[in-house]
Design a protein around this ligand. Structure first.
Ligand SMILES: [Zn+2]
Length: 46
């Protein structure tokens, strides 16, 4: 199941194949931009 990152502080939109990758990328982004909040959205396969 792919996961998409969505940031409320910029237009970051990135897909990751697994949750661990998505979570790590979200943490990295929030570490780099302390005032951004990244949501991890589970994409539903059609
Ligand atoms: Zn951001």
């Amino acid at each position: 199941m792919p996961y998409q990152l969505q940031c409320d502080g910029c237009d970051l939109e990135r897909e990751h194949a697994d949750w661990a990758d998505a979570n790590e990328a979200a943490s990295d982004h929030e570490a780099e931009y302390a005032d951004h909040w990244v949501s991890i959205i589970e994409l539903q396969e059609a």
